[in-house]
Design a binder for this molecule. Structure first.
Ligand SMILES: *[C@@H]1O[C@H](CO)[C@@H](O)[C@H](O)[C@H]1NC(C)=O
Ligand SMILES: *[C@@H]1O[C@H](CO)[C@@H](O)[C@H](O)[C@H]1NC(C)=O
Ligand SMILES: *[C@@H]1O[C@H](CO)[C@@H](O)[C@H](O)[C@H]1NC(C)=O
Length: 392
């Protein structure tokens, strides 16, 4: 009797537990992809995705090492029938060099509404040069595509990927839960416009580990409604540093909370760790941020809070930021500043920064003590602080 009772649940468990089901591999070559760098392989990749997404078994889409695959914009859409899809890339995917082809599409490669997807290896070549040149000559140019967008998704892992020369942002994580990025390289020239490395917004539980990011804009930028974000072991530069913001562009905006940024090297960047808000009314906030162990090598603004961001002086002159910044800790931040003011807290007049903490900070300027500058910034210090704190 007991045997019967136990037999059936075990049998059902084996049958319906996806981790025990047989994994299937879909090689893009079998769907007609051509690794010659010119033939459009978009349809082949979409067919491979439909197969992987449509099977109840764990699935791998394999992109073998056979040259380059030319892709127009591709949308990998869920929901899928399984929660274990791996895209294993052993080669390079190239975007169209004519920026008009994908420049108005938002994303080159987009994963939308997926759950349980892992993207491994590979090089994504965004071929952004043409668009950057267009933007610099201030012609009428498309805004440009993000190279890799992850949208409204959960349980996504991106590892060992290289992203080169995106038209716009390289990787954007938007509206997601539990996304891991690790061992990623992002590279674009220091003068390439808006080529942010990784942008995170409206997302919970994103981690970025062991990565190297050098671009013409922020290495990592953090937008509204980001919570429980961890960034660790990242080398940043060239670029504009790691930035929370710009926040407070809209009046009604969700806050940024619980962000840890740990063990970062900033090399020849414009900023180190920055919080940036528009100088205009907003319901937004930043609360609970830890910047722990950073090395600054010739960084223009190593520690910066700027609450008076107002590009082109449009719609904000004379206004003050409504974004409330509190509980921000700077612990063990060392190195050299390329600007005389190494620590700058330029906070909102109506919503002063609260509970800023400086612990063991040492930043020098041309082998001399650097300066600190404060407006409306309250907090405490511990350990040795150089330049001398100006918090009230
Ligand atoms: C803060 O975020 C970290 C991930 O960086 C997470 O492990 C931790 O649980 C979060 N804390 C709270 C109070 O949610
Ligand atoms: C700090 O990050 C670098 C990568 O930028 C890594 O090589 C190093 O091992 C990390 N240090 C610790 C203590 O984790
Ligand atoms: C910054 O980059 C320069 C040149 O590439 C290198 O020599 C230096 O060691 C780097 N600094 C740090 C702190 O990694």
């Amino acid at each position: 009797m007991a045997n019967h009772i136990n037999f059936f649940p075990a049998f059902l468990f084996i049958l319906f537990n996806p981790s025990l089901a047989i994994a299937v591999t879909y090689n893009v070559l079998n769907f007609g992809a051509k690794p010659d760098g010119v033939t459009d392989s978009t349809a082949a990749f979409l067919k491979a995705w439909s197969a992987a997404c449509g099977t109840p078994n764990p699935a791998t889409i394999y992109v073998p090492q056979e040259g380059k695959y030319f892709l127009r914009n591709v949308q990998f859409r869920g929901p899928c029938k399984n929660k274990a899809i791996t895209i294993h890339i052993d080669s390079t995917l190239v975007a169209p060099s004519d920026y008009n082809v994908i420049g108005n599409n938002g994303n080159w490669l987009l994963f939308d509404s997926v759950d349980g997807v892992s993207i491994r290896g590979g090089t994504l070549d965004g071929q952004g040069n043409g668009l950057w040149a267009c933007k610099k000559s201030s012609k009428n140019c498309p805004s440009g595509a993000t190279t890799l967008g992850i949208s409204k998704s959960k349980n996504v892992e991106i590892s060992g990927l290289t992203s080169l020369n995106s038209q716009m942002f390289h990787i954007v994580i938007n509206g997601c839960q539990d996304v891991k990025v690790k061992g990623v390289k992002v590279l674009a020239p220091r003068n390439s416009p808006n080529t942010d490395g990784i942008h995170v917004q409206m997302s919970v539980g994103v981690t970025i580990f062991n990565s190297k990011i050098g671009t013409g804009d922020d290495c990592v930028s953090i937008g509204p409604a980001t919570t429980n974000l961890l960034i660790q072991n990242v080398a940043c530069g060239p670029g504009h540093g790691i930035s929370i913001g710009s926040l407070g562009k809209d009046y009604r905006e969700a806050g940024v909370q619980n962000v840890t940024v740990k063990n970062i090297t900033f090399n020849n960047t414009q900023n180190g760790v920055r919080i940036k808000t528009w100088g205009r009314p907003s319901t937004g906030f930043v609360k609970g941020v830890l910047f722990h162990h950073a090395i600054m090598d010739n960084v223009h603004n190593p520690i910066l809070i700027d609450q008076n961001y107002c590009p082109n002086n449009k719609n904000c002159p004379g206004k003050v930021s409504g974004v409330k910044i509190s509980e921000v800790t700077y612990r063990d931040i060392q190195g050299t500043s390329a600007g005389q003011v190494a620590v700058k807290f330029d906070c909102s007049k109506t919503n002063p920064c609260q509970r800023i903490k400086l612990e063991n900070v040492k930043l020098t300027y041309k082998n001399q003590p650097a300066q600190a500058s404060c407006a409306n910034a309250a907090g405490t210090t511990s350990g040795s602080i150089e330049p001398t704190s100006c918090l009230y």
